[in-house]
Design a protein around this ligand. Structure first.
Ligand code: PXP
Length: 258
């Protein structure tokens, strides 16, 4: 494999793991009826009080859950950093540059998908993504790429100028949920996370995490941030969002320190 052009200093491995709470599906529920209830902004406040470090929202092209007004309010009024997931389109880049969140996570997006179904193919789109990342970085926004746990995608992300990668751990989580956690998928995540941090990229993980799989992924010392949404909002129906976020916080902190 070619050496990445853009080697930076490795981040500190001792840092505790950050919890990004994705409130998209609070918006899904609200939009099912129109109106304002339940409000993703209020969910973000509850999550912040319960121990979230970051609020994550995906402004999708079809606005199926989070709306422009949600993003704007969160950026201006939330006490926590806002991580905005978005497709690498001109429309989205312009929204982000006009009203900058703390961080952007670039994701692939197809209109018909139920959720983000795979990582971004940074290798294939390197020149285009280098341009998009360059313009977001110039606006002072930290840029992450959401990629499969594949060293080639991590390397391309580094070369495109990203600050961090978020590893798509969906395959691992699915295997975990089926009761046969895939050792092979886990090894891919470990190896991609090592490759990222050895080359100076921050490494995050997300997609499909629940208490059990998050406890396992949080043990990987190179991973400094988890972004979790569907499970937290789903569980909140039974026990309340505050309790769920508090529990996830303690699950990942415990995994990290034991
Ligand atoms: N990270 C990214 C980049 C995502 O696209 C998503 C899904 O919106 C998540 C994390 C959260 O995944 P989940 O809702 O399965 O926890």
């Amino acid at each position: 494999m070619n050496k990445p052009k853009n080697k930076r200093k490795a981040p500190n491995m001792d840092s505790p793991i950050r919890l990004g709470v994705n409130v998209d599906h609070v918006g899904t529920l609200r939009n099912a009826r129109g109106g304002r209830h339940p409000d993703p902004f209020l969910a973000a406040q509850v999550a912040a009080e319960a121990g979230a470090d970051i609020i994550t929202v995906h402004l999708r092209e079809d606005r199926r859950h989070i709306l422009d007004a949600d993003v704007s309010r969160l950026i201006h009024e939330s006490n926590l950093p806002i991580n905005m997931e978005m497709a690498a389109t001109e429309e989205m880049a312009s929204i982000a540059i006009t009203n900058p969140p703390s961080a952007i996570c670039l994701v692939p997006e197809q209109r018909q998908e139920l959720t983000t179904e795979g990582g971004l193919d940074v290798v294939r789109q390197l020149p285009y993504l280098t341009k998009v990342i360059g313009s977001l970085s110039e606006a002072g926004i930290k840029v992450t790429t959401f990629v499969d746990p594949d060293e080639k995608q991590v390397e391309a992300s580094l070369n495109a100028g990203a600050n961090a990668v978020e590893l798509h751990v969906g395959n691992y989580c699915e295997s975990y949920d089926r009761g046969h956690a895939s050792e092979n998928e886990f090894k891919r995540v470990v190896s991609a996370s090592r490759y990222a941090t050895n080359n100076g990229l921050e490494c995050h993980a997300g997609h499909g995490l629940n208490y059990g799989s998050a406890a396992i992924i949080a043990k990987i010392g190179q991973i400094t941030e988890l972004n979790i949404g569907h499970f937290l909002v789903g569980e909140a129906v039974f026990t309340g969002l505050g309790d769920v976020v508090t529990k996830m916080r303690s699950v990942i902190d415990l995994a990290r320190t034991s």
